[in-house]
Write a protein that binds this ligand. Structure first.
Ligand SMILES: Nc1nc2c(ncn2[C@@H]2O[C@H](COP(=O)(O)OP(=O)(O)OP(=O)(O)O)[C@@H](O)[C@H]2O)c(=O)[nH]1
Length: 428
């Protein structure tokens, strides 16, 4: 070491030689005054300590940290690891890891200090800490649920508050659960089936999740794999959006599009679809179908005499009774007002449809209690058979309608099967 006091012994001079060779900056400091007595070449080059008897203190960015360093060294006799920000000239600061040992010289106690530049590592750690904190803040503030899983074991590693709220568990509880405790069996099967395709990229699923209180929720789950630097998949993360309300709305909209809200029967549109499908099937497989129009007789009087609510209730009861007169494979629909239609599939001919029509007349004959009032309703029914009276929906509808008017004209409370050549004078 240069600027070092004359070594007091051959051993000290050997140490000074060794310090010059060391690949680290090394300083010798007076333990009492903190004055730098000597430094090796590397210290001089990298730290820029200059002037006569520079103080170790001037090397530290924060003087109180310097005092603390000296104090610990004097009290303990050594310091194994001490991180501090050092000034290295030209206003530059670096983070350094210092080590020190007290050593008794001939005329004083000296402190041998070595240091390593750990600036890059500290910056990397700080940016990691910052990005970790940012990651936590983002996950904490996110509306969507988030979970990170170990790719190997499937064990959850991390969950965010939104997912905890969604499922009704604390994060500690959630981290101990298995997938089978929060997913229905069907949803697990969906994931297992897709698992083989979990390469890179994202996969989107609609899954049913079970809340702590056993309630089910529908979630849109995006699953992404996270490869490490070597490309091995180490973890899998999932973003979870609760779409229960959206699904319910979609189902409601679909329901309104296809069903009559008063009676819960298929509406005109869905009935039309069933007819078209049945006609296509019949074209392939043969057989016969019946289209029946059922119109209540003098229903207006029910509304007029008992009120609209009573009329509504009667329509609901009629709907149930009509359903009770047909097979599961048949369709009963409400066209609107007091008009219902039936599609009977797989029948032998008009006699089968006539049998069902008579069953309907009998079923409606039973009085309906609306409040305390027993209401009696009858119906007029028109029947058209495919292929006897038409092979497409339009002609079958027209002919069933004509037959229904025929029944009305012949005194109501009856059914009529369409006959070719039948012309009914429909009242204006
Ligand atoms: N309560 C109730 N009444 C309805 C509804 N839709 C239509 N109506 C009524 O149902 C009655 C249907 O009457 P019409 O089919 O014209 O005639 P009708 O009294 O049944 O007589 P005929 O068909 O000739 O036997 C009208 O008074 C409508 O106001 C409904 O959703 N609820």
């Amino acid at each position: 070491m240069s600027h070092m006091l004359p070594p007091a012994s051959p051993l000290e001079s050997t140490l000074a030689e060794m310090a010059q060779l060391a690949p680290l900056p090394i300083l010798m400091v007076d333990a009492e005054s903190g004055v730098v007595l000597a430094q090796n070449q590397l210290a001089r080059d990298s730290l820029g300590l200059s002037g006569d008897a520079p103080a170790l203190r001037s090397l530290f960015d924060n003087p109180s940290v310097a005092r603390q360093f000296l104090l610990i060294a004097r009290n303990n006799g050594f310091i194994r690891q001490f991180e501090a920000r050092l000034k290295i000239g030209a206003g530059q600061r670096i983070w350094a890891l210092l080590a020190a040992r007290l050593t008794e010289m001939a005329d004083r106690t000296a402190l041998i200090v070595s240091l390593i530049d750990i600036h890059e590592r500290r910056l990397a750690e700080e940016s990691l800490r910052e990005s970790d904190a940012l990651h936590q803040r983002v996950l904490g503030a996110a509306n969507e649920g988030y979970a990170l899983f170990d790719a190997e074991t499937g064990a959850p590693l991390e969950v965010n508050p939104a997912l905890c709220d969604m499922l009704g568990y604390s994060s500690d509880e959630l981290l101990t659960l298995r997938l089978s405790q929060v997913l229905t069996e069907d949803s697990i099967a969906v994931l297992q089936e897709a698992r083989a395709q979990f390469g890179r990229g994202h996969h989107r699923f609609e899954l049913i999740l079970r809340r702590r209180n056993e309630e089910l929720l529908t979630a849109e789950v995006s699953v992404s794999v996270v490869p490490d630097q070597d490309g091995h998949v180490t973890s899998v993360f999932a973003l979870v959006a609760d779409i229960t309300a959206r699904k319910r709305n979609e189902e409601r909209v679909l329901y309104l599009a296809f069903y009559d809200t008063l009676t819960a029967l298929p509406n005109r549109y869905l009935f039309g679809e069933h007819v078209e499908q049945a006609l296509r099937q019949r074209a392939r497989n043969g057989g016969k179908l019946a289209l029946m129009f059922v119109d209540l007789d003098d229903f207006k009087l029910v509304n007029d005499n008992y009120g609209h609510d009573a009329g509504d209730e009667l329509l609901r009861v009629v709907a149930r009774r009509l359903n009770g007169c047909v097979r599961q494979s048949d369709t009963v629909a409400r066209m609107g007002g007091d008009e219902f239609t039936l599609l009977l599939v797989g029948i032998a001919g008009a006699e089968d449809a006539a049998f069902v029509a008579q069953k309907i007349l009998d079923a409606l004959a039973e009085p309906v209690m609306v409040g305390n009032a027993p209401l009696q309703v009858t119906a007029s029914i028109g029947i058209a058979i495919c292929p006897d009276h038409g092979e497409d929906a339009t002609s079958l509808r027209r002919h069933a309608d004509l037959a229904m008017y025929q029944a009305k004209l012949s005194g109501k409370h009856s059914y009529s099967v369409f006959e070719s050549g039948l012309v009914v004078r429909v009242p204006a």
